[in-house]
Write a protein of this length. Structure first.
Lengths: 173, 121
């Protein structure tokens, strides 16, 4: 269970429930902060006499300014952000692939680009050849008045698997 | 702690400023606290307003200097003793209430003052 605490308007000390008193000025009312909580009568009296808490040695502002006592405890405890150490893939590319690309030199990259270009061109030529064959067959069939023969398994051209990584990532970087 | 002869401040737009307590509408030796009805005589007032000096009205205590305990064990003090005035027909006189107002009025079901005031404490 968390105990609700208030901070003293003068000294900056913590006020636990059942302690302290709240003072409400009537003449100069601040709508944002109408109430001033004080831990004890001494703090309230000094506040009403308009003393500066930076001058008074036991106030928390003074102690923070002059680095007295356990300053770290006085400050608000903030959680440190934990940086992530584990790496993971991004958009279909695994870590090994990304790391391998990082280690590449410029010459290697050039070679890969050329090889990928070549592979694409070869693929294109093969496809065009296939199309031309089909066209020729159709024309022949039209001329002879016969139906074109059914496709065989040998006619299918299976593109070769590329040994190099995909060209998409190399070109972007 | 309001007794006979204490001077209280009218915190509304009636024109009355300082008033003197004449009577507390409770038992005989009772000290006035928050949300108590009192009878006052107007001591100082602004000119060209409805209320004038030496007139007698009813009022309700809205702020008090004396430390008062709250439900959860805290204490609260105001800077001055403030009241809101009623007219002869026991209605709230002014159209506006100035300054902060205690929440104890809600318990007494005098919600109209709370709606008129800006700050409720």
């Amino acid at each position: 269970m968390v105990v609700k605490t208030d901070l003293c308007a003068f000294s900056g000390l913590r006020i636990y429930p059942g302690h302290g008193l709240r003072y409400v000025p009537a003449t100069s009312v601040q709508t944002t902060r109408p109430v001033f909580p004080f831990i004890h009568k001494k703090a309230r009296a000094l506040f009403q006499r308009r003393r500066n808490p930076r001058v008074i040695s036991w106030s928390q502002l003074y102690r923070r300014q002059h680095k007295k006592g356990n300053v770290e405890l006085l400050k608000k405890s903030r959680k440190k952000k934990v940086q992530r150490t584990d790496q993971r893939g991004f958009a279909g590319a695994s870590i090994d692939f990304i790391n391998a690309q990082r280690r590449q030199t410029e010459e290697q990259r050039k070679q890969i680009r050329l090889s990928t270009k070549k592979a694409l061109e070869e693929r294109k030529t093969k496809l065009n050849a296939k199309k031309n064959e089909q066209k020729k067959k159709l024309e022949e069939a039209k001329l002879s008045g016969k139906k074109p023969a059914a496709k065989t398994a040998q006619q299918k051209i299976v593109p070769k698997k590329q040994s190099q990584p995909k060209a998409k990532f190399t070109q972007t970087r | 702690m309001i007794i006979i002869k204490t001077i209280v401040r009218a915190t509304d737009t009636t024109g009355a400023r300082l008033c003197e307590c004449i009577k507390i509408l409770r038992s005989k030796y009772y000290n006035g606290k928050l949300t108590d009805y009192i009878i006052i005589a107007v001591k100082t007032a602004l000119t060209n307003r409805k209320i004038k000096r030496h007139e007698v009205y009813k009022g309700i205590v809205v702020r008090i200097k004396k430390k008062t305990m709250r439900f959860h064990g805290g204490k609260i003090t105001f800077e001055d003793n403030g009241i809101v005035l009623f007219n002869k027909r026991n209605e709230i006189f002014a159209s506006r209430v100035l300054g902060p107002v205690c929440t104890e009025l809600r318990k007494e079901k005098i919600v109209k003052i709370l709606t008129m005031s800006g700050v409720i404490i």
